[in-house]
Design a protein around this ligand. Structure first.
Ligand SMILES: [Zn+2]
Ligand SMILES: [Zn+2]
Length: 274
């Protein structure tokens, strides 16, 4: 196993941050995953997990160059951006990507980061930002040896799933999405085919999902079925409901490992290598 392609979880929650004594082990920050591929840094989503990632990066580098791939712009996926310390370094270059963003991602980000919601407007953050809209389903034109494919997900206001391929290995990031009433989402099966790691929206389980029909989220049981059908490797259960306690997640870790050995529940600080 080579060391130049790996991921680290900085936020694993969905909906809203959930600090407290019951989330100390798995973590309470919302969606953010650091991916290193050779000399490239990709960041999947900018939830509150982006804040500790920024602190860590500032200690290492000061300025940085990164591609920030957004699944969508619900608050739990962007709330960390105004507090991302490398964005205040004039030598930082941040390329922000979003699929099917109504009105464009640049305009959306300017609306999000401005007074009176936040004291500093986006153009007051010193980093060099560039914004890249695409149609979910496109392959993104990142330079170098990193290939990024995308697909549209089933979520209110839309969302995008990503597959990152590097040096013959692959990481997929599939959140937020609701599975079809019957069968599996063929677009997801195609995207994750033979992938090494599949991070999947498992906000719910078979028991609590029926009370949340139409909310745009899925279950770990469907995540298992998708990985089986697509001959994918490690399933990583992600986007935990804010009320899910460490005790519940630890129990789930054991269950999914028995059902499909190698499967894991995402936890802040966890590092995985495809
Ligand atoms: Zn979410
Ligand atoms: Zn959402």
């Amino acid at each position: 196993m080579k060391d130049d392609f790996y991921l680290r979880f900085w936020g694993v929650r969905g909906s809203c941050a959930s600090p407290g004594v019951d989330t100390l082990i798995y973590g309470g920050n919302t969606s953010c995953v650091e991916v290193r591929a050779g000399d490239r840094l990709l960041i999947l989503d900018a939830g509150t997990g982006l804040i500790p990632l920024g602190t860590n990066l500032r200690e290492l580098d000061g300025a940085l160059q990164a591609d920030l791939l957004l699944s969508h712009i619900h608050y739990d996926h962007i709330m960390g951006l105004p507090f991302f310390s490398p964005a205040y370094h004039p030598d930082s270059q941040l390329r922000i990507w979003a699929g099917n963003c109504n009105g464009g991602i640049e305009a959306a980000m300017h609306r999000f980061v401005q007074p009176p919601f936040f004291p500093v407007p986006l153009k007051g953050m010193s980093a060099q930002f560039s914004f890249h809209d695409f149609i979910s389903g496109d392959t993104l034109a990142l330079s170098g040896e990193v290939q990024v494919r995308t697909t549209a997900l089933n979520h209110p206001d839309g969302a995008t799933g990503y597959r990152i391929d590097y040096d013959g290995r692959s990481i997929c990031y599939i959140t937020d999405t609701e599975h079809p009433k019957e069968g599996l989402d063929d677009k997801i099966v195609t995207l994750i085919q033979d992938a090494d790691i599949v991070i999947y929206d498992a906000t719910y389980n078979d028991d609590d999902y029926p009370a949340h029909l139409g909310w745009g989220h899925s279950t770990w049981e469907v995540g298992l079925a998708l990985c089986e059908k697509a001959n994918a490797g490690t399933l990583v259960v992600f986007h935990h409901a804010p009320e899910r306690t460490d005790a519940e997640l630890r129990a789930l870790d054991q269950v999914i490992h028995l059902r499909r050995p190698g499967s894991v529940v995402a936890r802040e600080g966890m590092v995985l290598k495809p």
